[in-house]
Write a protein that binds this ligand. Structure first.
Ligand SMILES: Cc1cc2nc3c(=O)[nH]c(=O)nc-3n(C[C@H](O)[C@H](O)[C@H](O)COP(=O)(O)OP(=O)(O)OC[C@H]3O[C@@H](n4cnc5c(N)ncnc54)[C@H](O)[C@@H]3O)c2cc1C
Ligand code: FES
Length: 346
């Protein structure tokens, strides 16, 4: 099926495979359609059907709350059933230089280990090597569970054959609870990757600020991995703020400390505990970390005051934490939007 997308800066067309989401087909063909979550919640991929026939695969998608017409659809949840003409609100931007177009892949669960009472680390072997940018995510589909879930890659490798993720258990959540069950190893999953704009590139000569809540630290690990590989912190500062509720929710501290130890003069890690005072045992176990009680965005705001010049910020985690961080970065830090990269784990 041929799809034509009209935008304020012109029209582009591409072919959709049967059953392929319009968003995936466009991105695969090099047309940078608007999107953020790629999972039906944010509404960024809203488009209007001008002609033809398209079908939504998820009629209750929360992103539909932004619809203004019967003809509106979400590109990330819709498939074309005939040749279509569509209109999107904004401009079609050029793809970031060097970015890999997403494609469909297969993956097999190879290792699944608990990091905390409600966070699991999962490795997937993929059926062909994949290049991705640090900070990107994959859409993961589990057999028998409707819809795809977005998970940020933790690792950073060129031509990666294994993708690593961390997943937080959501009460009643279908995929996250499935990952906590038995018999997950060896199961084949569907993937679409790589996706996402919250990417770090070492050729951007700026200080790095990471603000992560819970499993939002996933993409930060990938960013730190590339930044350390590229020697970025030899010339630029890195400020990592990692928020968890209590000491019981802590994970990846050893890995973060290993990154910090490679650039002790310029890379700092601050842990914010929102729901309890910092236990002396935790602070004692990581003497080079800074610790504070409070919400991670508030702790980052206090400790970064006066230090926002030449900073590019990366934010990921639960939507309220990301929204509070964005308010800090835009209103108080006055960072330009191009220097704020974020993923809301909605
Ligand atoms: C860009 C991005 C990156 C993310 N990275 C991570 C990460 O690294 N680690 C992490 O723990 N979480 C991450 N998340 C959140 C993650 O994608 C899931 O929302 C979370 O794991 C809960 O999934 P669940 O299946 O357990 O819960 P559920 O409540 O069953 O599902 C939650 C989400 O699945 C999708 N969904 C549900 N039903 C359908 C359906 N019928 N059709 C289509 N879609 C459906 C929707 O997006 C919904 O919000 C990320 C989210 C985004 C947007
Ligand atoms: S990108 Fe489609 S709803 Fe978020």
């Amino acid at each position: 099926m041929k799809v034509v997308v009209n935008a304020r800066n012109g029209a582009r067309d591409f072919e959709c495979e049967p059953g392929e989401k319009i968003l995936h087909a466009g991105l695969r063909s090099g047309v940078e359609l608007p999107y953020e979550c790629a999972t039906g919640t944010c509404g960024t991929c809203k488009a209007r059907l001008l002609s033809g026939r398209a079908e939504s695969q998820w009629s209750e998608a929360p992103g539909r709350r932004y619809f203004k017409s019967e003809a509106d659809l979400l590109l990330c949840q819709s498939v074309a059933r005939a040749d279509c003409a569509l209109e999107v609100g904004g401009m079609l931007k050029p793809r970031e230089p060097g970015a890999t177009a997403p494609r469909a892949l297969g993956g097999v669960v190879r290792a699944c280990r608990r990091l905390t009472h409600d966070v699991v680390a999962v490795d997937l072997d993929i059926d062909e090597p994949l290049d991705f940018d640090a900070g990107q995510f994959a859409l993961v589909s589990v057999p028998g569970i409707a819809g795809a879930r977005a998970y940020s890659m933790v690792n950073f490798d060129r031509r990666a054959e294994r993708l690593s993720f961390v997943v937080k258990k959501k009460p009643g959540g279908a995929v996250s609870n499935w990952l906590f069950g038995d018999g997950v190893n060896g199961i084949s999953l569907g993937l679409v990757a790589p996706l996402g704009h919250a990417t770090f590139h070492p050729d951007v000569r700026k200080h790095v600020l990471c603000i992560a809540g819970g499993s939002g630290v996933a993409g930060m690990m990938s960013i730190l991995s590339l930044a350390c590989q590229a020697g970025h912190f030899a010339s630029w500062d890195g400020h990592v703020f990692f928020g968890v509720r209590t000491a019981r929710d802590a994970f990846f501290f050893d890995e973060l400390d290993a990154f910090r130890a490679r650039y002790p003069a310029r890379l700092s890690v601050t842990v914010a505990l929102s729901d309890e005072d910092v236990p002396a045992s935790l602070a004692g176990a990581y003497p080079e970390f800074a610790f504070a009680r409070g919400f991670v965005h508030a702790v980052a705001g206090e400790r970064m005051a006066g230090r926002f010049a030449d900073v590019r910020a990366y934010v990921a985690g639960p939507p309220p934490m990301v929204d509070a961080s964005l308010r800090l970065l835009l209103r108080e830090a006055r960072l330009p939007p191009a220097d704020i990269r974020y993923d809301k784990f909605s």
